[in-house]
Design a protein around this ligand. Structure first.
Ligand code: SAH
Length: 345
């Protein structure tokens, strides 16, 4: 059976015209799907005969919420969803001045192996379908009773390791007949799968790309991010330049500060030298503690000093505001806890 949410708009149109329907039916069905219709019977402007036909050949995927946590500190909402195959994924909704931002997952687990990341510990189970990626946004909008204005693909998984489904999702969420969320309001974060960065640049989608850098030399980067053994900085940086030139969009880098690992004055100098020619923005994130590895972040003073060194070197750097720290809001943390809890039962 086909999940209707896995069709791109033109595929839905083809499918429906193939059933003898007029083209405008696609607009009606697409709109219902993106408004969160969970059954064909909700689609009241569609004939009963077509609803029955759709019901026989397709289904509408939905998400079941397993846990919802609301931060008492800042109202950040974290959802743990249960998929029909028993797996869990996470999404986080944060409120900023300009509206709601959702951070969504692109895979169940991850095979990139970054040593500081909770999402990768059990490896990759599978990639999410385009419909499953979309459902996180639809569910959150319904539950919050408010439209989402920004989307970041920074939850569980490596979006560029699920390239086709992620691009399909981007097309659908941007489509004028559906949610019509502007590409400029969407950020894709990658650990640096170089060939896919070129592909993404060539798609012509003006989304924001952010690169999880975390180290400015190959020795250090390879020791904390295995992907760097495959794609060295000497390949990653030209790919970033290509992305910027091709899309005209600015790039940003994520840099998680790990005490004693990548947060020295020399690290700041090296980072500044690497990113300055790209005129890129650097987002500094105090690393979330990883007990297994003994990783933790430095003091507020040390973190500020690192930022000030970048700023003094002419790099635009900001410190990520921590939201939802009381609800394990960072990616992969809740899923990991839940799996551990289930295993202990
Ligand atoms: N796979 C993608 C997106 C998911 S991770 C990527 O690598 O970009 C979202 C961000 O959180 C990445 O920058 C990731 O490196 C970072 N991250 C993962 N674990 C972290 C931790 N323990 N502390 C701080 N940042 C972390």
């Amino acid at each position: 059976m086909i999940d209707l949410k896995d069709f791109e708009y033109n595929e839905l149109e083809e499918y429906l015209t193939g059933l003898g329907e007029k083209k405008y039916r696609a607009a009606q069905v697409f709109k219902w799907l993106h408004e969160g219709a969970e059954s064909y019977d909700d689609m009241t402007d569609i004939s009963k005969a077509l609803r029955a036909r759709l019901g026989a050949e397709t289904y509408i995927s939905t998400l079941a919420v397993e846990k919802k946590l609301v931060s008492a500190l800042d109202g950040t909402v974290k959802y743990l969803f249960r998929l029909p195959d028993g797996n869990s994924i996470e999404s986080v909704v944060m409120r900023y001045m300009h509206g709601l931002t959702i951070c969504i997952s692109s895979q169940i687990g991850c095979r990139m192996g970054c040593r500081f990341c909770a999402s990768t510990i059990g490896g990759l189970y599978r990639s999410l379908t385009a419909g499953e990626i979309l459902n996180q946004v639809i569910f959150a909008e319904k539950d919050m009773g408010e439209g989402i204005s920004n989307i970041v693909l920074m939850g569980i998984g490596e979006p560029l390791d699920n390239y086709d489904n992620v691009v399909k999702f981007l097309h659908n969420i941007n489509h004028e007949k559906g949610r019509n969320i502007g590409y400029r309001h969407i950020t894709v974060s990658t650990c640096g799968i170089v060939p896919r960065i070129y592909d993404l640049a060539d798609e012509g989608l003006p989304i924001t790309l952010t690169i999880s850098l975390h180290a400015a030399n190959d020795r250090l980067r390879s020791s904390i991010m295995p992907v760097n053994n495959k794609y060295k900085l000497s390949e990653l940086i030209p790919a970033c330049k290509y992305y910027v030139n091709k899309t005209g969009r600015r790039l940003s880098f994520e840099y998680s500060l790990i005490k004693g690992v990548n947060d020295s004055a020399a690290d700041a100098r090296e980072l500044a030298a690497l990113v300055k020619p790209l005129a890129a923005h650097v987002n500094l994130i105090p690393v979330n503690k990883v007990e297994e590895r003994g990783y933790r972040h430095g003091s507020r003073t040390e973190i500020n000093a690192f930022r000030d060194r970048l700023t003094a070197a002419g790099v635009n750097a900001t410190l990520r505001r921590e939201l939802g720290s009381d609800i394990a809001a960072s990616c992969g943390q809740l899923r990991k806890k839940t799996i551990e809890g289930r295993n202990a039962e």
